[in-house]
Write a protein that binds this ligand. Sequence first.
Ligand code: ADP
Ligand code: MG
Length: 460
Amino acid sequence: MTTSDNELWEKCLAKLKKEISNENYLTWFVPISFHSQTEKELTLTVPNTFYKDCLQQNYLELITSTLRSLTTLPINIAFQLESKPLSLPQEKIKEKDSQHKVEKISIVSCASINPKYKFENFVVGSSNQFAHAAALSVTNNPKVTYNPLFVYGGVGLGKTHLLHAMGNAIIANNPQTRVRYLSAESFTVDLIESLKHDDMQNFRKRYRPLDVLFVDDIQFLAGKNRTQEEFFYTFNALYESHKQLILSSDSYPKDLQNIEERLRSRFESGLVADIEPPDLETKIAIIYKKGEEHNKIIPQELASFIANNIKTNIRELEGLLLRVIAYASFTNRDIDLKLAQEVLREFIYDRNKNFNIATIMTATASYFEIKIADLKSKKRSRQISIPRQIAMYLCREHTKLSLPDIGRHFGGKDHTTVIFAHKKFTRLINENNELKNSVKIIIENIESGKTLRNTSKKSE
Ligand code: ADP
Ligand code: MG
């Protein structure tokens, strides 16, 4: 039998708290939440895989032995990740106690809203200011202001965080609101299961009575015609009964590939808000905020070090910070730049591992459709000199080659030519979006190893 009674886990926590340092308890045990328990297994929810791995490596034995000292049952521990849509144990939903009525409604309605993601811990900067303002406005006046709200942006930039923050605030403002958050993938699975069991009536019943529906990562519907059709009906039914729809995606509605036109035009019909990659200040502010959440003060130079080494993905930023915090806690050391440099060496250097003269030249030449020999030549036409300067810039930014070495590889240029190219492109990349995009694509091709494969094929 599965139970949602967390008494055993609470006792275990109380005992563990006495056995480990307060710091470790705060870092590792406070973020865990109880999920469910059977006679053989106690399932705990943890924030991410990093936590799961660290807990398994360092605390599993301790947790299991503490647990077994409190019960005669041969219980094992299982971890599940928080990002999975939480399926609440049925017993919790069926709870009869009428005293808990209001609480019960909010529990049911926020079944898949993650309480961790709030407006209070969402750092606002110029990159996400607009999406944040739109989210606040919809949260305070659902159905009235913008419908649907469509948030789009790259991976790890905070879309899911913002959606959950809205869900939490909507429920806090009015616990009776029927809210459902799910990913487009879960919507698809739900639909497939319902079709398989010939249960479309219940499927519709799950969505049509909602007040607010969040569907995250809508790009997942690409090419799935049956799901798109059903989503179109769901969308219309809610929209026509003046219910709020909040969607997220990795791209602007018009740029979504293999999504029916009628859906794309509906996505655009409300408010479309983008989240851009964070600038340096925002990245640093986010690091401070994440530190605070773990009750840690992060020194400024450490925050800058991480922020400068992670380009855009905030999830990666957070992962690195957590690694430093965890390491400091295991080894009883201070959280400072020196420790971070030691702990993060492989991750940070790893980012540049595919960059060398050959990969940079191959990627740049192939992007601009010129020959590698042209990059090394003395030709001065713009078609050649610009790619050559970009390649020099990339060598300076991503390899440890000295200025004279770089010059030598480009047909014996002087080191001042390399300095000039580097300075010029550092400035131009910030000013010119088209150029910035070209350089980004070249970098991505190198990082992904595509160029590495091409160069090794060529040299075979
Ligand atoms: P996405 O859905 O866009 O891929 P997420 O919302 O999952 O990104 O964000 C990834 C991680 O970065 C989460 O842990 C989230 O809390 C954090 N994050 C993103 N943006 C912010 C922000 N502005 N302030 C604080 N944390 C953020
Ligand atoms: Mg997301």
